[in-house]
Design a protein around this ligand. Structure first.
Ligand code: NAD
Length: 336
Protein backbone atom coordinates (compact mmCIF):
# COMPACT_ATOMS: atom_id res chain seq x y z
CA UNK A 1 0.00 0.00 0.00
CA UNK A 2 1.40 3.38 -0.86
CA UNK A 3 -0.11 5.46 1.94
CA UNK A 4 1.34 4.48 5.32
CA UNK A 5 0.09 7.53 7.21
CA UNK A 6 -3.25 6.56 8.82
CA UNK A 7 -4.41 10.19 8.82
CA UNK A 8 -4.26 10.18 5.05
CA UNK A 9 -5.76 6.74 4.55
CA UNK A 10 -9.35 7.96 4.26
CA UNK A 11 -8.28 10.53 1.67
CA UNK A 12 -6.29 7.92 -0.18
CA UNK A 13 -9.30 5.58 -0.12
CA UNK A 14 -11.58 8.28 -1.55
CA UNK A 15 -9.02 9.14 -4.24
CA UNK A 16 -8.63 5.48 -5.20
CA UNK A 17 -12.40 5.04 -5.47
CA UNK A 18 -12.72 8.11 -7.67
CA UNK A 19 -9.85 7.09 -9.95
CA UNK A 20 -11.03 3.49 -10.25
CA UNK A 21 -14.51 4.70 -11.20
CA UNK A 22 -12.92 6.74 -13.99
CA UNK A 23 -10.77 3.79 -15.16
CA UNK A 24 -13.71 1.38 -15.11
CA UNK A 25 -15.84 3.76 -17.15
CA UNK A 26 -13.12 4.04 -19.80
CA UNK A 27 -12.59 0.27 -19.86
CA UNK A 28 -16.10 -1.16 -19.56
CA UNK A 29 -18.29 1.52 -21.07
CA UNK A 30 -16.07 3.23 -23.63
CA UNK A 31 -13.91 0.16 -24.48
CA UNK A 32 -10.99 2.55 -24.36
CA UNK A 33 -8.68 1.89 -21.36
CA UNK A 34 -6.57 4.72 -19.99
CA UNK A 35 -4.01 2.56 -18.15
CA UNK A 36 -2.65 -0.99 -18.47
CA UNK A 37 -4.58 -3.74 -16.67
CA UNK A 38 -1.61 -4.30 -14.33
CA UNK A 39 -1.90 -0.74 -13.07
CA UNK A 40 -5.65 -1.03 -12.59
CA UNK A 41 -5.09 -4.33 -10.74
CA UNK A 42 -2.52 -2.70 -8.45
CA UNK A 43 -4.85 0.16 -7.52
CA UNK A 44 -7.74 -2.24 -7.02
CA UNK A 45 -5.67 -4.42 -4.68
CA UNK A 46 -4.68 -1.34 -2.71
CA UNK A 47 -8.37 -0.54 -2.35
CA UNK A 48 -8.98 -4.07 -0.99
CA UNK A 49 -6.06 -3.75 1.43
CA UNK A 50 -7.49 -0.52 2.83
CA UNK A 51 -10.93 -2.11 3.11
CA UNK A 52 -9.40 -5.05 5.00
CA UNK A 53 -8.06 -2.53 7.54
CA UNK A 54 -11.29 -0.52 7.60
CA UNK A 55 -14.26 -2.75 6.77
CA UNK A 56 -16.52 -0.04 8.25
CA UNK A 57 -15.73 2.15 5.21
CA UNK A 58 -17.26 -0.37 2.79
CA UNK A 59 -20.68 0.63 1.49
CA UNK A 60 -23.05 -1.25 -0.83
CA UNK A 61 -21.87 0.86 -3.74
CA UNK A 62 -18.13 0.39 -3.04
CA UNK A 63 -16.32 -0.82 -6.15
CA UNK A 64 -15.30 -4.01 -4.37
CA UNK A 65 -18.95 -4.93 -3.86
CA UNK A 66 -20.06 -4.85 -7.45
CA UNK A 67 -19.24 -6.24 -10.86
CA UNK A 68 -17.60 -3.67 -13.14
CA UNK A 69 -19.44 -2.45 -16.21
CA UNK A 70 -22.58 -0.59 -17.14
CA UNK A 71 -24.94 -1.00 -20.04
CA UNK A 72 -24.93 1.53 -22.87
CA UNK A 73 -28.39 3.09 -22.82
CA UNK A 74 -28.72 2.71 -26.60
CA UNK A 75 -29.17 -1.06 -26.16
CA UNK A 76 -32.23 -2.72 -24.66
CA UNK A 77 -31.53 -3.95 -21.17
CA UNK A 78 -31.66 -7.68 -20.30
CA UNK A 79 -32.07 -8.83 -16.71
CA UNK A 80 -29.94 -11.91 -16.11
CA UNK A 81 -31.95 -14.80 -14.65
CA UNK A 82 -28.71 -15.92 -12.99
CA UNK A 83 -26.28 -13.05 -12.20
CA UNK A 84 -23.07 -12.82 -14.25
CA UNK A 85 -20.33 -12.39 -11.69
CA UNK A 86 -16.66 -11.56 -11.73
CA UNK A 87 -13.80 -13.74 -10.45
CA UNK A 88 -11.51 -13.26 -7.49
CA UNK A 89 -7.94 -12.79 -8.63
CA UNK A 90 -4.70 -14.32 -7.35
CA UNK A 91 -1.14 -13.40 -8.27
CA UNK A 92 0.97 -15.34 -5.75
CA UNK A 93 1.35 -19.09 -5.15
CA UNK A 94 0.42 -18.57 -1.50
CA UNK A 95 -3.00 -17.29 -2.58
CA UNK A 96 -3.58 -20.59 -4.42
CA UNK A 97 -2.67 -22.58 -1.34
CA UNK A 98 -5.12 -20.46 0.68
CA UNK A 99 -7.87 -20.90 -1.95
CA UNK A 100 -7.46 -24.70 -1.91
CA UNK A 101 -7.49 -24.70 1.90
CA UNK A 102 -10.68 -22.59 2.01
CA UNK A 103 -12.39 -24.95 -0.45
CA UNK A 104 -11.37 -28.11 1.44
CA UNK A 105 -12.34 -26.63 4.82
CA UNK A 106 -15.63 -25.28 3.47
CA UNK A 107 -16.50 -28.70 2.07
CA UNK A 108 -15.04 -30.71 4.98
CA UNK A 109 -13.09 -32.93 2.60
CA UNK A 110 -9.38 -33.68 2.13
CA UNK A 111 -9.11 -33.22 -1.60
CA UNK A 112 -10.95 -31.16 -4.19
CA UNK A 113 -10.94 -31.60 -7.98
CA UNK A 114 -10.62 -28.35 -9.94
CA UNK A 115 -11.38 -27.70 -13.59
CA UNK A 116 -8.40 -25.76 -14.94
CA UNK A 117 -8.97 -23.60 -18.01
CA UNK A 118 -7.66 -20.51 -19.74
CA UNK A 119 -8.72 -17.00 -18.79
CA UNK A 120 -9.61 -15.51 -22.14
CA UNK A 121 -9.16 -11.77 -22.45
CA UNK A 122 -12.38 -10.79 -24.17
CA UNK A 123 -15.92 -9.91 -23.22
CA UNK A 124 -18.26 -12.12 -21.20
CA UNK A 125 -21.53 -12.99 -22.93
CA UNK A 126 -24.66 -14.98 -22.06
CA UNK A 127 -26.38 -16.87 -24.90
CA UNK A 128 -29.94 -18.02 -24.27
CA UNK A 129 -31.09 -21.08 -26.22
CA UNK A 130 -34.76 -22.13 -26.09
CA UNK A 131 -35.45 -25.60 -27.46
CA UNK A 132 -32.08 -25.41 -29.19
CA UNK A 133 -32.55 -22.03 -30.92
CA UNK A 134 -30.53 -18.94 -30.01
CA UNK A 135 -33.13 -16.40 -28.86
CA UNK A 136 -31.12 -13.79 -26.95
CA UNK A 137 -27.56 -12.71 -26.23
CA UNK A 138 -26.58 -10.28 -23.49
CA UNK A 139 -23.38 -8.70 -22.20
CA UNK A 140 -22.48 -8.94 -18.51
CA UNK A 141 -23.16 -5.26 -17.79
CA UNK A 142 -23.23 -4.71 -14.03
CA UNK A 143 -23.80 -8.43 -13.45
CA UNK A 144 -27.53 -8.05 -12.72
CA UNK A 145 -28.46 -6.74 -16.17
CA UNK A 146 -26.63 -6.32 -19.45
CA UNK A 147 -27.10 -5.14 -23.02
CA UNK A 148 -29.19 -7.02 -25.56
CA UNK A 149 -26.69 -7.68 -28.36
CA UNK A 150 -28.60 -10.52 -30.04
CA UNK A 151 -28.42 -9.08 -33.57
CA UNK A 152 -24.66 -8.57 -33.27
CA UNK A 153 -24.00 -12.00 -31.75
CA UNK A 154 -25.86 -13.66 -34.61
CA UNK A 155 -23.16 -12.38 -36.99
CA UNK A 156 -20.46 -14.44 -35.22
CA UNK A 157 -19.88 -17.62 -37.19
CA UNK A 158 -18.46 -19.59 -34.24
CA UNK A 159 -21.77 -19.23 -32.35
CA UNK A 160 -24.40 -21.76 -33.47
CA UNK A 161 -27.87 -20.36 -34.11
CA UNK A 162 -29.20 -23.86 -33.45
CA UNK A 163 -27.79 -26.48 -31.12
CA UNK A 164 -27.26 -29.99 -32.46
CA UNK A 165 -27.59 -33.51 -31.04
CA UNK A 166 -30.32 -35.44 -29.28
CA UNK A 167 -29.95 -34.11 -25.73
CA UNK A 168 -30.96 -30.45 -25.95
CA UNK A 169 -32.47 -28.88 -22.78
CA UNK A 170 -35.60 -26.70 -23.05
CA UNK A 171 -33.71 -23.64 -21.77
CA UNK A 172 -29.94 -23.29 -21.74
CA UNK A 173 -27.98 -20.12 -21.04
CA UNK A 174 -24.45 -20.66 -22.24
CA UNK A 175 -21.87 -18.30 -20.75
CA UNK A 176 -18.57 -17.67 -22.43
CA UNK A 177 -16.18 -15.14 -23.91
CA UNK A 178 -16.31 -13.25 -27.19
CA UNK A 179 -12.76 -12.54 -28.34
CA UNK A 180 -10.65 -11.84 -31.40
CA UNK A 181 -7.81 -14.00 -32.73
CA UNK A 182 -4.52 -12.08 -32.77
CA UNK A 183 -4.01 -12.39 -36.52
CA UNK A 184 -7.53 -11.06 -37.15
CA UNK A 185 -6.95 -8.19 -34.72
CA UNK A 186 -3.68 -7.21 -36.42
CA UNK A 187 -5.29 -7.34 -39.87
CA UNK A 188 -8.24 -5.24 -38.68
CA UNK A 189 -6.00 -2.60 -37.10
CA UNK A 190 -3.77 -2.43 -40.20
CA UNK A 191 -6.85 -1.83 -42.35
CA UNK A 192 -8.19 0.79 -39.90
CA UNK A 193 -4.85 2.64 -39.97
CA UNK A 194 -4.77 2.56 -43.78
CA UNK A 195 -8.25 4.12 -43.87
CA UNK A 196 -7.41 6.72 -41.22
CA UNK A 197 -9.83 5.15 -38.74
CA UNK A 198 -9.41 4.61 -35.01
CA UNK A 199 -7.19 1.67 -34.04
CA UNK A 200 -8.02 -0.44 -30.98
CA UNK A 201 -5.62 -0.66 -28.03
CA UNK A 202 -5.71 -4.47 -27.86
CA UNK A 203 -7.81 -7.47 -28.97
CA UNK A 204 -9.95 -7.30 -25.82
CA UNK A 205 -11.07 -3.76 -26.54
CA UNK A 206 -11.45 -4.54 -30.24
CA UNK A 207 -13.77 -7.44 -29.38
CA UNK A 208 -15.81 -5.39 -26.89
CA UNK A 209 -16.00 -2.37 -29.19
CA UNK A 210 -17.03 -4.53 -32.15
CA UNK A 211 -19.74 -6.37 -30.25
CA UNK A 212 -21.25 -3.20 -28.81
CA UNK A 213 -21.91 -1.60 -32.19
CA UNK A 214 -25.37 -0.20 -32.77
CA UNK A 215 -25.25 -1.32 -36.40
CA UNK A 216 -24.87 -5.10 -36.66
CA UNK A 217 -23.61 -4.71 -40.25
CA UNK A 218 -20.44 -3.24 -38.74
CA UNK A 219 -20.16 -6.13 -36.24
CA UNK A 220 -20.59 -8.59 -39.13
CA UNK A 221 -17.41 -7.20 -40.71
CA UNK A 222 -15.41 -7.68 -37.49
CA UNK A 223 -13.65 -11.05 -37.04
CA UNK A 224 -15.09 -12.11 -33.67
CA UNK A 225 -14.94 -15.57 -32.14
CA UNK A 226 -16.26 -17.33 -29.04
CA UNK A 227 -15.45 -19.97 -26.39
CA UNK A 228 -18.07 -21.39 -23.99
CA UNK A 229 -17.03 -21.91 -20.34
CA UNK A 230 -20.06 -21.53 -18.07
CA UNK A 231 -23.77 -21.84 -17.39
CA UNK A 232 -26.64 -19.49 -16.54
CA UNK A 233 -30.31 -20.52 -16.50
CA UNK A 234 -31.16 -24.16 -17.23
CA UNK A 235 -34.41 -26.13 -17.63
CA UNK A 236 -34.84 -28.89 -16.73
CA UNK A 237 -32.26 -28.98 -13.93
CA UNK A 238 -32.06 -32.76 -14.41
CA UNK A 239 -30.07 -32.08 -17.61
CA UNK A 240 -27.12 -30.80 -15.53
CA UNK A 241 -24.10 -33.13 -15.51
CA UNK A 242 -22.29 -33.71 -12.20
CA UNK A 243 -19.18 -31.73 -13.05
CA UNK A 244 -18.00 -28.64 -14.89
CA UNK A 245 -15.76 -30.81 -17.08
CA UNK A 246 -18.77 -32.91 -18.15
CA UNK A 247 -20.75 -29.73 -18.84
CA UNK A 248 -18.08 -28.53 -21.27
CA UNK A 249 -18.01 -31.98 -22.92
CA UNK A 250 -21.80 -31.75 -23.31
CA UNK A 251 -21.38 -28.28 -24.89
CA UNK A 252 -19.05 -29.77 -27.50
CA UNK A 253 -21.75 -32.34 -28.37
CA UNK A 254 -24.27 -29.49 -28.75
CA UNK A 255 -22.00 -27.87 -31.35
CA UNK A 256 -20.62 -25.10 -29.11
CA UNK A 257 -16.95 -24.09 -29.34
CA UNK A 258 -15.02 -25.04 -26.20
CA UNK A 259 -11.28 -24.51 -25.81
CA UNK A 260 -9.31 -27.77 -25.72
CA UNK A 261 -6.68 -26.30 -23.35
CA UNK A 262 -8.29 -27.55 -20.14
CA UNK A 263 -7.93 -30.36 -17.65
CA UNK A 264 -8.94 -31.55 -14.20
CA UNK A 265 -6.44 -30.68 -11.45
CA UNK A 266 -6.33 -32.63 -8.23
CA UNK A 267 -3.97 -30.66 -5.98
CA UNK A 268 -2.15 -27.35 -5.55
CA UNK A 269 0.86 -29.03 -7.19
CA UNK A 270 -1.27 -29.89 -10.26
CA UNK A 271 -2.54 -26.32 -10.30
CA UNK A 272 0.95 -24.84 -10.31
CA UNK A 273 2.12 -27.23 -13.06
CA UNK A 274 -0.88 -26.24 -15.19
CA UNK A 275 -0.21 -22.53 -14.55
CA UNK A 276 3.46 -23.00 -15.55
CA UNK A 277 2.63 -24.96 -18.70
CA UNK A 278 0.02 -22.47 -19.88
CA UNK A 279 2.37 -19.57 -19.05
CA UNK A 280 5.12 -21.16 -21.14
CA UNK A 281 2.89 -21.39 -24.19
CA UNK A 282 1.06 -18.10 -23.67
CA UNK A 283 3.06 -16.25 -26.34
CA UNK A 284 2.40 -18.94 -28.95
CA UNK A 285 -1.38 -19.10 -28.37
CA UNK A 286 -3.40 -17.56 -31.22
CA UNK A 287 -5.43 -15.38 -28.80
CA UNK A 288 -4.74 -13.29 -25.69
CA UNK A 289 -5.17 -14.77 -22.25
CA UNK A 290 -4.44 -12.97 -19.00
CA UNK A 291 -4.28 -15.98 -16.71
CA UNK A 292 -5.84 -19.32 -15.94
CA UNK A 293 -9.03 -20.09 -14.01
CA UNK A 294 -9.64 -22.86 -11.49
CA UNK A 295 -13.21 -23.89 -10.73
CA UNK A 296 -14.30 -26.52 -8.22
CA UNK A 297 -15.28 -29.30 -10.62
CA UNK A 298 -18.32 -30.76 -8.84
CA UNK A 299 -21.50 -28.66 -9.14
CA UNK A 300 -22.74 -30.00 -5.79
CA UNK A 301 -19.54 -28.74 -4.16
CA UNK A 302 -19.81 -25.39 -5.99
CA UNK A 303 -23.33 -24.96 -4.61
CA UNK A 304 -22.10 -25.66 -1.07
CA UNK A 305 -19.34 -23.06 -1.33
CA UNK A 306 -21.58 -20.38 -2.85
CA UNK A 307 -20.74 -16.74 -3.51
CA UNK A 308 -19.38 -13.61 -1.86
CA UNK A 309 -20.78 -10.29 -3.15
CA UNK A 310 -19.30 -10.06 -6.66
CA UNK A 311 -17.59 -13.45 -7.19
CA UNK A 312 -18.01 -17.17 -6.54
CA UNK A 313 -16.08 -18.77 -3.65
CA UNK A 314 -15.55 -21.88 -5.79
CA UNK A 315 -13.44 -20.25 -8.52
CA UNK A 316 -10.24 -18.27 -8.78
CA UNK A 317 -8.46 -16.44 -11.62
CA UNK A 318 -4.68 -16.86 -11.44
CA UNK A 319 -3.30 -13.94 -13.40
CA UNK A 320 -0.12 -13.77 -15.45
CA UNK A 321 2.27 -10.84 -15.19
CA UNK A 322 1.28 -7.91 -17.39
CA UNK A 323 2.41 -7.81 -21.03
CA UNK A 324 0.89 -4.61 -22.26
CA UNK A 325 2.17 -1.04 -22.22
CA UNK A 326 -0.11 1.97 -22.20
CA UNK A 327 0.74 5.53 -21.34
CA UNK A 328 -0.27 6.44 -17.82
CA UNK A 329 -2.32 9.58 -17.52
CA UNK A 330 -3.63 9.17 -14.01
CA UNK A 331 -3.71 12.01 -11.56
CA UNK A 332 -2.83 9.63 -8.73
CA UNK A 333 0.53 8.50 -7.47
CA UNK A 334 1.09 4.86 -8.22
CA UNK A 335 3.55 2.95 -6.08
CA UNK A 336 4.30 -0.75 -6.13
P1 NAD B 1 -11.89 -10.47 -14.53
O1 NAD B 1 -11.36 -10.29 -15.90
O2 NAD B 1 -10.95 -10.34 -13.40
O3 NAD B 1 -12.61 -11.89 -14.35
C1 NAD B 1 -13.93 -12.20 -14.72
C2 NAD B 1 -14.09 -12.34 -16.18
O4 NAD B 1 -13.17 -13.28 -16.70
C3 NAD B 1 -15.42 -12.90 -16.59
O5 NAD B 1 -16.42 -11.92 -16.60
C4 NAD B 1 -15.14 -13.43 -17.97
O6 NAD B 1 -15.39 -12.42 -18.91
C5 NAD B 1 -13.66 -13.69 -17.96
N1 NAD B 1 -13.23 -15.07 -18.23
C6 NAD B 1 -12.28 -15.40 -19.15
N2 NAD B 1 -12.08 -16.70 -19.19
C7 NAD B 1 -12.92 -17.26 -18.28
C8 NAD B 1 -13.17 -18.61 -17.86
N3 NAD B 1 -12.49 -19.63 -18.37
N4 NAD B 1 -14.11 -18.80 -16.91
C9 NAD B 1 -14.78 -17.78 -16.35
N5 NAD B 1 -14.59 -16.46 -16.71
C10 NAD B 1 -13.66 -16.23 -17.65
O7 NAD B 1 -13.07 -9.55 -14.44
P2 NAD B 1 -13.58 -8.15 -14.40
O8 NAD B 1 -14.40 -8.05 -13.19
O9 NAD B 1 -14.22 -7.83 -15.68
O10 NAD B 1 -12.41 -7.10 -14.29
C11 NAD B 1 -11.33 -7.03 -13.76
C12 NAD B 1 -10.19 -7.05 -14.79
O11 NAD B 1 -10.43 -6.22 -15.91
C13 NAD B 1 -9.03 -6.45 -14.05
O12 NAD B 1 -8.29 -7.44 -13.42
C14 NAD B 1 -8.30 -5.70 -15.11
O13 NAD B 1 -7.28 -6.54 -15.60
C15 NAD B 1 -9.33 -5.39 -16.15
N6 NAD B 1 -9.69 -3.96 -16.06
C16 NAD B 1 -8.81 -3.08 -16.55
C17 NAD B 1 -9.08 -1.73 -16.50
C18 NAD B 1 -8.09 -0.75 -17.05
O14 NAD B 1 -8.26 0.46 -16.85
N7 NAD B 1 -7.07 -1.18 -17.77
C19 NAD B 1 -10.27 -1.27 -15.92
C20 NAD B 1 -11.16 -2.21 -15.42
C21 NAD B 1 -10.86 -3.56 -15.49
Amino acid sequence: MSSSNPINLADRYALLQADLVRLEHAYYVLDNPIVPDSEYDRLYRELLEIEALHPEWITVDSLSQRVGGAALKEFDSVTHAVPMLSLNNAFEDAELVAFDRRCREGLHIDQVDYAGELKFDGLAISLRYEHGSLVRAATRGDGASGEDVTANIKTIRAIPLKLIGDNIPAILEVRGEVFMYLKDFQKMNTQAAAQGEKEFANPRNAAAGSLRQLDSKITAKRPLSFFAYGLGALEPQSWLPKTHEELLNAYVKLGLPVCAERRVLKSVEDILVFYGEVGAKRDSLPYDIDGVVYKVNSFAEQAKLGFVSRAPRFALAHKFPAQEALTTVLGIDVQV
